[in-house]
Write a protein that binds this ligand. Structure first.
Ligand code: ZN
Length: 317
């Protein structure tokens, strides 16, 4: 398959119901988990914890009201620790008819975990979400969109239907979990950093303070342009928002303006990630196999600068 919206024959991606493009509204309900893994000392900083708790306490209810006003269903990726700390938030999402996906336990970056720890975190988060919602999550989104090459096989072994973390396509695709013909597959639903509110809105002293806070008007214009281009190409717009960021009044108002436009445009399929995974699963797509670049990372410096290999101490020459 091609990684563009058109395949090699120039045919458009086959969306269901005669739709020309798809839009996924996804929310990562990071809350406190969003800083605790990378910055554990924030557990003792009430100000920062309150900044993160704004998501489930104030931002999420506002965003749920907006989605309800426009009859739009969304996917909420929730870390297990967040679900334990804010069970009423998870129940509110489920009661409103939205999908719950897995987003780690304490938002672990899985490339920092051993294989055993990665599996333990996956299982622990899934158990917590199942206990709260009555159903195992069908989808997973990697915290910080960081995956190991082994991760897709682990997700398939634990019964997941899709991942939404990889960035090498404009449309969903079938993701191979190994190179053999019998390797199980997942559906991949690609996000992107430019379609994540965090890059415009996130600011905390000493945590995320290398850029200024951007205004909702900027993000609205950016995403309107992405929506227009997605429509023109028949692609898949995967928006990623965080209730502690996009749940604030002016930002939520900007999101509502964009949502009004999305649901008011004919031919747009507004779908949950699970709905998209079910649709893509039924298509005859060739699985995409990901292999690490054929290079030993510890050997990289010598490869890019062969002269270094002659810098060895004299006694070794
Ligand atoms: Zn996250």
């Amino acid at each position: 398959m091609s990684n563009g919206t058109d395949d090699m024959r120039g045919e458009r991606f086959p969306w269901p119901h005669g739709a020309t493009a798809a839009v996924l509204l996804t929310f990562d309900v990071d809350a406190e988990s969003g800083v605790l893994w990378e910055f554990p000392d924030t557990a003792r900083r009430l100000g920062i914890m309150s900044h993160q708790a704004y998501g489930p306490r104030a931002g999420l209810p506002r965003l749920l009201r907006i989605l309800a006003r426009h009859g739009a269903r969304a996917t909420f990726f929730v870390p297990g620790f967040t679900a334990e700390a804010h069970p009423e938030a998870v129940r509110g999402i489920v009661d409103a008819g939205h999908e719950i996906g897995h987003h780690g336990y304490v938002h672990e970056i899985v490339t920092e975990l051993t294989p055993a720890d990665e599996e333990a975190v996956l299982e622990r988060g899934a158990e917590i979400l199942e206990r709260l919602t009555g159903a195992r999550p069908r989808g997973w989104r990697a915290p910080m969109w960081e995956l190991n090459y082994r991760t897709p096989a682990l997700l398939a072994a634990h019964g997941f239907a899709y991942d939404s973390s990889l960035m090498d396509s404009d449309v969903p695709y079938r993701l191979a979990t190994g190179s053999g013909p019998d390797a199980p597959t997942l559906v991949e639903i690609p996000p992107h950093w430019s379609l994540d509110d965090g890059e415009q809105y996130a600011w905390l002293p000493g945590i995320w303070d290398t850029a200024v806070i951007e205004g909702p008007d900027k993000l609205l214009r950016m995403w309107e342009m992405d929506f227009e281009a997605t429509l023109a190409e028949g692609g898949c717009l995967v928006l990623t928002m965080h209730p502690f960021l996009s749940g604030r009044p002016a930002r939520a108002a900007a999101f509502e303006r964009l949502l009004e436009r999305i649901v008011g445009t004919s031919g747009v399929w507004v779908a949950t990630a699970a709905d998209v995974a079910d649709h893509v699963e039924a298509l005859a797509l060739e699985p995409v196999v990901h292999e690490p670049p054929p290079i030993d990372p510890s050997d990289l410096a010598r490869r890019i600068s062969p002269a270094r290999s002659t810098d060895a101490p004299k006694e070794e020459q």
